[in-house]
Structures are given as C-alpha cells and as structure tokens.
Design a binder for this molecule. Structure first.
Ligand code: NAD
Ligand code: DAU
Length: 332
C-alpha cells in the first residue's frame, strides 16, 4: 500500500509513521512536512533509513510539493497543521493559511491523483465548548478560536470535495492527544519541562477546564480502522473516555515527577478558553475501535518518556524561545 502522511515529522505524525511501518510490512510511505518549529527530523531518527520511507521537505500550500509527494498515493492521511491554540490567538494568519488553504491545495491535488481514501484529521475543537453532555458527529460546528475555526473550515472543505467532486474523503475528529514526541508548547510536555526545572506551572484561569485524553497509540489504531473501514463522506469522533480537569492532569504529572503542588501558579486565562470538550464515540465503536490505554498508566509513562528524553525536550523548547517569552510575559 502506498500512503502519504502529511505532517509526519510532528507529534501524532511520527507516532503514526512508526505504527504503519510496524504493522504494514509492504507499505511504501511518503511524508510531506515543512519542518516548522513543531516538525523535527529527530522525531523520526530511528526510522529515517527504512527503505520503505521517503521524506519530502515541503509546504502543503505549495501545489508542486503536494503533487510530487502525493504522486501515486493510494491513501492520504492529512495531519499537517499549525496546531497550537495559543499561537493562533497571538496571530491567526499561519493557522488560516496552513490549516485551510493547505488542505485545499491537498484536496485539489487529490482530485488529480484519485487516491482510494483521503483521511482528513480534524479535531474535537470544531464543535466548540461543550458545557454538558457530549457532541455527536451531527452537532453543529461552533469553533471559538482561530486554530479551531481554520480546522472547521478545512473539515467542511474536505466534505465539500466529497459532495462536489466525489473525492473519497473520511474525516476524523479526535480529542486531546498525549504521548511521546509531543511538542513542549502543549500542556503535558511543557509542564514536565518546567516542573523538572522547579519553575512555576502557569495554569490558565482556575484549572477546572476539562479535556478528554487520548493516547497516541489509541489514536493510531483509530486511524488504521478509518483507513480500512471508514465510509467516504462520513465524520468520526475519536473520544477517549478520559475526561479530566487540567488540575487533575497537572497533579498526576507532579506526582510522577515527585514535585510539590506549590509549583502550580494560577495565571491570566487563555482568551475564549473552551472550558470543556466532550464527544460521543458510537460511530467509531461500531467499526470495532475501543481505546485501550488507561489514563493514569499512559500519562505516567508519557511523563517518564519526557524525563528520559530531556535533551529532546530542552532542544525542542529552544526552537521557540521568542514565542514562550512573548506569550508568557506577564503570566509567569
Ligand atoms: P504538531 O504541531 O506536533 O505537528 C504538525 C506537523 O505539521 C509538524 O511536523 C509541522 O512541521 C507540519 N506542518 C505544519 N505546517 C505545515 C505546512 N504548511 N506544510 C507541511 N507541513 C506542515 O501537530 P500534532 O499534534 O501532531 O497534530 C497533527 C494533526 O492532528 C493536526 O491536524 C491537528 O489539528 C490534529 N489534532 C491534534 C490533536 C492533539 O491533541 N495533538 C487533537 C486533535 C486533532
Ligand atoms: O482538543 C484537541 C486539541 O487539543 C487539538 O486540536 C490541538 O491541536 C491541541 O493543541 C489541543 O488543544 P488544547 O488547547 O486543548 O491543548 P493545550 O495543550 O494547549 O492545552 C490543554 C489545556 O491546558 C487547555 O485547557 C489549556 C491549558 N493550559 C495550556 C497551557 C499550554 C494551561 O492551563 N496552561 C498552559 O500553559
């Protein structure tokens, strides 16, 4: 099987690339990745010389790069995006360009290449905040920050290419992922980094916001099922059943590191902060998927992974000094 993975040098991408190489002996894999601050060839160091893998450095907004990379792909798994909500709040342009226009470029190239399947990885953030209950795939989209809005645009554009041109698009909407190689601007690795240095942990607002935590291993299995059994034109939620307040997650991180809760510092909230995301999962469960990684075990082993890869953590943070200084100025 010939598969193109966009964003394969990022967090979920590099885990999924490894998963595909492990589970599909005959796979021919191409990665298209711009290697932004979040993309890193070091994330793929142990698989880069696998002769089933071909890496293209390029921008998904560049039609030539997209055509070269997609070439004769049978399956496209589209992960590349500007993924950090806080950065999109500081400036929405990059998220709008990559997440929306980059997706449009890929969809247009796919009309020529005609892959068997185009798996568009969207996000639970497209539904917006869910104070009670859980959103099914039929719920209206109500994105509330620039990242989520650009992803919602891409989600519906992918659907429009199915309706208008018959492109076999499947859309997934996963909840918050955690696991090895997550770029340390996101809550879990960022707080591990700071706690290891005994620096205060900047908790937005009251820390009572709720996220549902999906281990990347479970997410990889969900993408596999969607690649094999997803119905074109359909969207599939990927919940994990691990709803936790941010404070509960942070306390577990501190406990695993043996660090005191006095490191917690409540700071000015994220503007437009979605206080809770929650999804129903019946559609994906009907295809045979269930999450397998227990939250506490997965979170503790993820924290240990970052401790064991402290050089990676430090070097990743160093690529974004300016961002951290700007965003957290006045917060910590
Ligand atoms: P990430 O930020 O870790 O990685 C993104 C990758 O995309 C990087 O390798 C980066 O270099 C690449 N990239 C960015 N702009 C590009 C461009 N213009 N052209 C080519 N490559 C580009 O992101 P992630 O957390 O691995 O997320 C992957 C996908 O999953 C995204 O589409 C995201 O919206 C979605 N998603 C993530 C989560 C999560 O919790 N991490 C949850 C739901 C959905
Ligand atoms: O829900 C899926 C989304 O999850 C993905 O689509 C996004 O790409 C991904 O970044 C993630 O978005 P979040 O905003 O939920 O993740 P983040 O790690 O930035 O924040 C998680 C929670 O922690 C959120 O409620 C904000 C809070 N937080 C985060 C940071 C970085 C803090 O309190 N302090 C912080 O410094």
């Amino acid at each position: 099987m010939r598969i193109l993975v966009t964003g394969g040098a990022g967090f979920i991408g590099c885990n999924f690339v490894r998963f595909l190489l492990r589970n599909y002996p005959d796979v021919q894999l191409t990665i298209l990745d711009k290697l932004t601050y979040a993309g890193n060839l070091a994330n793929l160091a142990d698989v880069l010389d696998d002769n089933r893998l071909c890496f293209f450095e390029g921008d998904i907004c560049d039609r030539t790069a997209a055509s070269d990379a997609m070439a004769d792909a049978e399956v496209v798994v589209h992960l590349a995006a500007e993924t950090h909500v806080d950065r999109s709040i500081m400036g929405a342009e990059r998220a709008a360009r990559t997440n929306f226009m980059g997706t449009q470029t890929l969809l247009e190239v796919a009309r020529e290449v005609q892959p068997r399947l185009f798996l568009h990885v969207s996000t639970d953030e497209v539904y917006g905040c869910c104070p009670v209950g859980a959103f099914s795939e039929e719920a209206p989209l109500n994105p509330r920050n620039p990242y989520a809005a650009a992803k919602a645009g891409a989600d519906r554009l992918a659907y429009a290419y199915y309706i208008t041109y018959g492109l076999p698009v499947v859309i997934s909407r996963p909840c918050n992922n955690y696991g090895p190689y997550q770029y340390p601007e996101k809550l879990v690795p960022f707080f591990v980094y700071r706690a290891l240095r005994d620096e205060p942990l900047p908790v937005y607002g009251d820390g009572q916001q709720v996220r549902d935590w999906l281990h990347t291993d479970d997410h990889c299995r969900a993408m596999q099922i969607l690649m094999e059994r997803g119905l074109p034109g359909e969207a599939y939620n990927i919940p994990a059943g691990n709803e936790r307040t941010n404070l509960a997650t942070i306390r577990l991180i501190l406990d695993e590191l043996g660090k005191p809760e006095s490191l917690i510092q409540f700071v000015e909230d994220r503007p437009g902060h979605d206080v809770r995301y929650a999804l129903t999962g019946d559609k994906l469960a009907a295809l045979g998927w269930q999450p397998q990684v227990p939250w506490e075990q997965g979170m503790r082993s993820t924290v240990r992974w970052f401790v064991e890869h402290r050089d990676w953590l430090e070097q990743s943070i160093a690529r974004s000094r300016e961002y951290f200084e700007q965003w957290y100025a006045g917060r910590v």
